[in-house]
Design a protein around this ligand. Structure first.
Ligand code: SF4
Length: 475
C-alpha cells in the first residue's frame, strides 16, 4: 500500500463503491474529494431535474462513503469549477498525488491533465471499468477499417463476451439482428395499459436538493414536479428488477413506437442509473439474460435490449473517445442555423415536437426514437449548427453525458453511420399518433397545412441529391 497521501477525486457520474476509483484506497493515508460545482450546471443550460439527479445521487453516495468510514471531503454548492476546487484542496492539504477515474467528458479530462501539469502532480487516471470495451480494444478494432459500423462492432462484442451465443458459437436464434421484429407502432387504438416504471419516495436528502434547485436554478429549463429517478444504488437495483419482471416483455416490439402522453413506453429508463454508475451494464445485461429464460421472453426483445447496451452504448462511447476533440467541431453539412427557441419551451404547433419536447421538459427524458427521429431529425433537416443541438441534448436529458450525444446529426459525415438518420412526416405518422391532432398534414409538402418535417425532408433530399445517389444505401 502507498504511504504517500493521495487525493481520490470522485466525480458526479462515478458513483460506484466497487469501481476502480476506490481500488487500493488506504484509509490511513488517503482521502476522498467530491465537489458540487455550480459551473457544471451552467456551462450548458441544464434541466432542473438533471441537476437535482446529480446532486441527490452525489449526496447519497457521500452518505454511503461516510457510513463506511471513508475519509471524505464533500464540497457543497461550490461556485468554483471542479478543477479549481480540486486545485484549492490539493494546495491547502499539500497533496501532490491525485487519483481519479477518467472523466466521461473530454473537457474535464483535459482540464485535470492540465492541472496535473501545472502543479506537477503525480496523476493516476484510471480507465472507467463501467464499459464492456476498453479504449485500447475499441481502438484496435478500428485499425485498418475504412468504415466503422455498429453492426460489426456489436457482433464482436457478442462473441468476446459470449452474450447470446449458442453452444456452436453462432448467434442465438440463428441471426444477429432482430430489428425487423422490433420496429412496430402501437396498435391503432393506442398502447393500452403499460406497467408504469417504478416510483421512489423522496427522502430527506432528495427533498433538500429539490428545494435548493427550485430556488437556486429557477431560471433553468424543465420542471421538478415529476422528479422520480433512482438516486441510490439500492433504488437503481430495484428499478432494474422491476423492469426485467414487468416491462422488458414488450420493450423490443414497441421500442420505436411513440404516442401522446406516453413518456416512457416500455423503455427501461435505466440509462441515467448506468451513466451515473449506480448500475454496471454487465449486471443489467445479466439480469436481462436471466429474465429471458425465467419469463420465457421473446429472443427479439432480449436481443433488441442488449443491442442498445452492448452495441450502441459501447459503440458511441468508443467513437467519442476515439474522435474527440475533433468530434465536437464536426459539421459535415456546414449547417449554421440557430436552434429554434421553442426547443427550450415546447411552444410549437408541430404536435410531434410539442409532445417530445414537452415530456422532456417535464421529466428530462425522451426515448431514443424521439431523440433521434423527432428532435434530432428536425434539427438536422432545419440545418441547425450541430454543436447547438449537442449542447441542448447535454443540457436537457437527465442521462446525457457528452459521449452520449453523438449520433443524430451526421455531423461527422459517414464516419460511423452509413447514412443520415432522416425521415419525413410519413415516418412519424407511421410510428405515432402525433399527426392525428396536428395543425399540419404529414403528406402535404406545400402550402399552409404542409408538414414542416416533410417539406424540410424533401428540401434536404433535393439539396443532397448527389450524395444520396452515390451511396447504395440511399440511392
Ligand atoms: Fe409532426 Fe408533421 Fe405529423 Fe405534425 S404532421 S405531428 S409536424 S410529422
Amino acid at each position: 500500500m502507498s504511504q504517500t497521501k493521495r487525493l481520490f477525486l470522485i466525480l458526479g457520474d462515478q458513483l460506484d463503491l466497487q469501481s476502480a476509483a476506490l481500488k487500493d484506497f488506504n484509509p490511513q493515508f488517503d482521502e476522498i474529494l467530491m465537489v458540487e460545482s455550480a459551473r457544471e450546471s451552467d456551462y450548458v443550460w441544464t434541466h432542473k431535474a438533471k441537476i437535482a439527479l446529480f446532486l441527490s445521487a452525489m449526496r447519497h453516495f457521500a452518505q454511503a462513503l461516510r457510513d463506511l468510514s471513508y475519509p471524505l471531503t464533500y464540497i457543497k454548492e461550490s461556485p468554483l469549477s471542479i478543477v479549481e476546487a480540486v486545485k484549492a484542496h490539493l494546495l491547502q492539504k499539500k497533496i501532490s498525488h491525485l487519483v481519479c477515474i477518467e472523466p466521461g467528458e473530454w473537457r474535464l479530462k483535459v482540464a485535470i491533465e492540465g492541472l496535473s501539469a501545472e502543479l506537477n502532480l503525480q496523476l493516476d487516471m484510471r480507465e472507467d471499468d463501467h464499459f464492456f470495451c476498453t479504449h485500447q480494444e475499441f481502438s484496435a478494432w478500428t485499425e485498418g477499417k475504412k468504415e466503422l459500423r455498429l453492426e460489426y462492432f456489436y457482433r464482436l462484442m457478442r462473441k468476446t463476451h459470449n452474450i447470446l451465443i449458442d453452444a456452436e458459437g453462432n448467434p442465438e436464434g440463428g441471426q444477429w439482428n432482430f430489428d425487423q421484429d422490433n420496429r412496430k407502432p402501437y396498435p391503432k387504438k393506442g398502447p393500452g395499459i403499460i406497467d408504469k416504471p417504478l416510483s421512489f419516495t423522496h427522502d430527506a436528502i432528495t427533498k433538500e436538493v429539490l428545494e435548493y434547485i427550485g430556488k437556486a436554478y429557477v431560471e433553468h429549463p424543465g420542471s421538478l414536479d415529476a422528479f422520480d429517478w433512482p438516486v441510490t444504488r439500492e433504488q437503481a437495483l430495484e428499478a432494474l428488477d422491476y423492469f426485467v419482471e414487468y416491462r422488458l416483455r414488450n420493450f423490443g416490439v414497441y421500442q420505436d413506437a411513440m404516442w401522446t402522453d406516453t413518456p416512457f413506453g416500455w423503455h427501461s429508463i435505466l440509462s441515467s442509473s448506468m451513466n451515473l454508475k449506480l448500475l454496471n451494464p454487465r449486471e443489467v445485461v445479466d439480469a436481462v439474460l436471466i429474465a429471458w429464460k425465467k419469463y420465457s421472453l421473446d429472443l427479439s426483445t432480449v436481443e433488441g435490449f442488449i443491442r442498445q447496451i452492448l452495441g450502441w452504448r459501447e459503440f458511441v462511447r468508443g467513437m467519442y473517445y476515439l474522435d474527440m476533440p475533433q468530434m465536437a467541431k464536426d459539421n459535415h453539412y456546414k449547417h449554421t442555423n440557430k436552434l429554434p427557441d421553442w426547443y427550450w419551451t415546447g411552444k410549437t404547433d408541430m404536435a410531434c415536437m410539442k409532445d417530445a419536447i414537452g415530456q422532456t421538459l417535464q421529466y428530462g427524458y425522451a426515448h431514443h426514437i424521439q431523440r433521434l427521429m423527432v428532435t434530432g431529425n428536425f434539427a438536422l433537416l432545419a440545418e441547425v449548427l450541430p454543436s447547438e443541438v449537442c449542447d441542448w441534448y447535454l443540457a436537457i436529458y437527465v442521462d446525457a453525458i457528452e459521449w452520449v450525444a453523438g449520433m443524430a446529426l451526421f455531423a461527422n459525415g459517414g464516419r460511423f453511420t452509413s447514412k443520415p438518420y432522416i425521415a419525413s412526416g410519413a415516418y412519424i405518422k407511421r410510428m405515432s399518433n402525433y399527426c392525428n391532432d396536428c395543425k399540419y398534414k404529414p403528406d402535404i409538402r406545400f402550402g399552409e397545412s404542409a408538414c414542416p418535417v416533410t417539406t424540410l425532408y424533401w428540401n434536404f433530399l433535393i439539396k443532397h441529391q448527389n450524395q444520396f445517389e452515390a451511396s447504395p444505401r440511399t440511392r
